[in-house]
Design a protein around this ligand. Structure first.
Ligand code: PAF
Length: 285
């Protein structure tokens, strides 16, 4: 695996690969890698000729009171995992490389960026869209991989690619869960033993609400029961939202006719604060 820290060097190295007819897969990450990231890496390794993984904790997607400074940075372990997966390139830029002095341009993603996660974390998705644009320009991949766990981010990236005409295919990897159901996330390592138990409130609530809806409950009924289930499992947790949304627009769905929408392009989304850790999860309906 070759580690590269500048955009210029990365472009030069990848241009050589393209000249040889190689197709490039890209997995952007903020590091603290887990099996969710590695499943995306494996897809890229299987489907393309060369895989680039970036590790960059992006300051512009964190709010002033969020966890940028304490976000886990586990570079040696990350690099070891990527070597084991036979990744060809690790892109490891500094903050100054990505945002040199005087930089000012930001991508504003519009309405999609201001609801649900965007309402609670103002500016978050503009920061994500800005860094992903920078990374796409640096790597110029054929295909880029994102995890379904961050479903609203997926919708934002799809819109970004459509709106700015990036010639990049976006592929989504299924959420990878711990055996007890908790969605894998770099932030899970913040949880104390007690909070780890309470964190199951997210996945258990989602699975219950999905079952209720599949059995014919209305969305409102299912959400009321889901709220109760959340509080039962996590009495000290704060549920930020539990909603059914269209997976492209993130507009809330309040009822649906199965006959009208046979594919049900909807998801149940949840976000909660467990102790000092904010967790999100979703399941498709
Ligand atoms: O999902 C993430 O880890 C980040 O939001 C991303 C896409 C790497 C951008 O910083």
């Amino acid at each position: 695996m070759r580690t590269i820290t500048t955009i210029t060097e990365l472009r030069r190295a990848l241009a050589l690969q393209r000249e040889q007819g190689k197709r490039i897969g890209f997995v952007p990450t903020m590091g603290a890698l887990h099996d969710g990231h590695l499943s995306l890496v494996r897809q890229s390794k299987q489907q393309l000729d060369v895989t680039v993984v970036s590790v960059f904790v992006n300051p512009t997607q964190f709010g002033p009171n969020e966890d940028f400074s304490r976000y886990p940075r586990t570079l040696d372990a990350d690099a070891g995992l990527l070597v084991d997966e036979d990744v060809e390139f690790l892109f490891l830029p500094s903050v100054e490389e990505m945002y040199p002095p005087g930089n000012a341009t930001r991508i504003h993603v519009g309405q999609l960026g201001s609801i649900f996660e965007g309402a609670i974390r103002p500016g978050h998705f503009d920061g994500v869209a800005t860094v992903v644009t920078l990374l796409f320009n640096a790597v110029q991949p054929d295909t880029a991989y994102f995890g379904q766990k961050d479903l609203q981010q997926v919708a934002v990236i799809r819109q970004l690619v459509r709106d700015l005409a990036f010639p990049i295919e976006i592929k989504i990897g299924a959420t990878i869960r711990e055996p007890d159901g908790l969605a894998m996330s770099s932030r899970n390592r913040y949880l104390s033993v007690r909070e780890r138990e309470e964190s199951l409130a997210l996945s258990k609530t989602l699975f219950l609400v999905r079952d209720l809806i599949h059995k014919g409950a209305s969305i409102d009924e299912a959400k009321i029961i889901g709220n109760r289930e959340f509080q039962r499992i996590s009495p000290s947790g704060r549920l930020d939202y539990l909603a059914v949304v269209d997976i492209e627009t993130f507009r809330e769905v309040t009822s649906f006719e199965r006959e009208d929408r046979p594919e049900w392009p909807s998801a149940i989304i949840i976000a909660a604060q467990i102790g000092s850790t904010r967790l999100i999860d979703n399941v498709l309906i």
